[in-house]
Design a protein around this ligand. Structure first.
Ligand SMILES: *Cc1c(COP(=O)(O)O)cnc(C)c1O
Length: 456
């Protein structure tokens, strides 16, 4: 498969560049040049497969020029061997809704599913090429822990994670800072998530610096993460054995997870609607419901992994709804940068064929946690609660809600709603008592660069 950038589709690249670079030189995101949809017979053949075999079938066409089928199979099996569910994910009922539990990986959030996969993909690449990489990533909580678990102890790579000091949950922080492997570096930035993200972006665009340390990124724009997430949409559709098309409600921040659903739909999976569920940071809801794509100040909420204003992966959707026209996409991205973009009616009509959106504020989210505990004895994490609340608000009464994190990761939110919290699984409890290790740095690019340099 060949790839192009959303801002320049004249240059073709292979999977290796897309995976290792993450972002194209002119700032665009990578997308496949063409995408073929599976037919009914293909989908029928997929039905019988277990999770890992299905993942192999779906992922291999995307990276055939990078890895042979046998090695990919080994990587997939290794990636999911640590999951607490044999079939990686689990589907449960919540009244008429289905909950797609994606949090049975090592760090209790859905991000493990893609991150474990790409950690092993990096290792494969580095072993083959005798190379060394420094991974740098910003996190609002879950990405960092998932990335650290995927990369800790691996040869020929370091990982540096920037989190906003005192702005993530204690459990989230400890899952990162109690890891003792020597290739893991935690940095607490005196600032918010946007500051962390801006520091990482500044390091990437300083080509002299980023090339000198062989910098690579694992944030949610990396195409390899998107394809790994598309797999569970397929798997879920086959498991629930629906005769008709299915809708998915997706707690959304950076638009990566829900874009994976859009990709699955483009690949022929019968998806009715993709429901974009946001918290009070509702720019995507405003955009999808009436075209208003204006960024406001980030609000801190009880669902911190969705506290994002400008969703990076939205650029991929902009590219597709504009008939894969990279000039138009580049122009729109300029307007977005100036916070001066309204989605035209004709484009909005195209978006609304596949997507619908709604948001839940803090009180509504707490209320969802409370109601579902009282009526069904289920404790929802605050992100999943947004997905459930939005599905209900929009009267999608039998859709699949993506359950993106284990409730034990957000004890303060569930305490607030129902005076209860869930305990960490046994094998992770030790993290709460171990010594923490992190460096507190000012939100200053030179200071952060010097720290990174000193460790490489
Ligand atoms: C990252 C995250 C989200 C948002 O996913 P995006 O792909 O950024 O839209 C939702 N819930 C949880 C628990 C997360 O960690």
């Amino acid at each position: 498969m060949k790839y192009v950038s959303t801002r320049n589709n004249q240059i073709e690249l292979g999977f290796k560049d897309v995976f290792i670079k993450g972002l194209s030189e002119e700032g665009g995101l990578f997308v496949p040049k063409t995408l073929e949809a599976y037919n009914e017979q293909d989908l029928n053949d997929f039905k019988k497969l277990n999770y890992n075999d299905l993942a192999l079938k779906i992922l291999h066409p995307f990276c055939r020029d990078f890895i042979d089928e046998n090695n990919l199979k080994i990587i997939i099996e290794k990636s999911y061997s640590k999951f607490r569910e044999k079939e990686v994910i689990k589907i449960t009922n919540l009244e008429n809704l289905k909950l797609l539990e994606l949090y049975h990986g090592p760090t209790l959030a859905f991000k493990d599913i893609a991150m474990q996969f790409i950690g092993n993909l990096y290792q494969y690449y580095l072993n083959k090429n005798k190379d060394f990489l420094n991974i740098i990533v910003a996190t609002s909580g879950d990405t960092g822990a998932a990335a650290i678990d995927a990369i800790k102890g691996k040869k020929n790579m370091n990982i540096f994670v920037l989190h906003p000091n005192n702005k993530i949950s204690k459990v989230q922080r400890k899952l990162m800072t109690t890891v003792s492997e020597k290739n893991v570096f935690n940095i607490a930035i005196e600032g918010n998530f946007d500051d962390c993200q801006n520091l990482v972006k500044a390091m990437f665009s300083d080509l002299e610096f980023s090339k000198s340390i062989n910098m690579s990124g694992v944030n949610s724009i990396n195409w390899a993460r998107i394809i790994a997430q598309a797999v569970y949409y397929f798997y879920t559709y086959f498991k629930i054995n629906s005769k008709k098309s299915v809708s998915f409600s997706v707690p959304t921040g950076n638009f990566g997870d829900v874009f994976a659903g859009y990709l699955a739909k483009k690949m022929g999976l019968p998806i009715e609607k993709l429901i974009v569920a946001t918290n009070e940071n509702d720019i995507l809801h405003r955009a999808i419901s009436n075209g208003d794509y204006v960024s406001k100040k980030v609000q801190e909420t009880i669902s911190p992994s969705m506290d994002i204003q400008l969703a990076s992966n939205f650029e991929r959707l902009i590219y597709y709804i504009n008939n894969s026209n990279s000039e138009i996409t580049a122009n729109i991205m300029k307007k977005i940068k100036q916070n001066d973009y309204k989605i035209e009616k004709s484009n909005l009509d195209i978006i609304q064929k596949d997507f619908i959106s709604e948001s839940c504020n803090e009180d509504e989210t707490l209320d969802v946690i409370k109601k579902n505990y009282e009526e069904s004895n289920v404790i929802l994490d605050p992100h999943t609660a947004v997905g459930v609340g939005v599905a209900k608000k929009l009267s999608f009464n039998d859709c699949v809600v993506l359950s993106t994190a284990h409730p034990c990761k957000f004890p303060d939110a569930t305490e607030n709603a129902i005076n209860k919290h869930e305990n960490l699984p046994e094998e992770l409890k030790h993290a709460l008592n171990k010594d923490e290790n992190f460096e507190v740095l000012k939100s200053d690019i030179e200071e952060v660069k010097n720290f990174v340099k000193s460790k490489t």
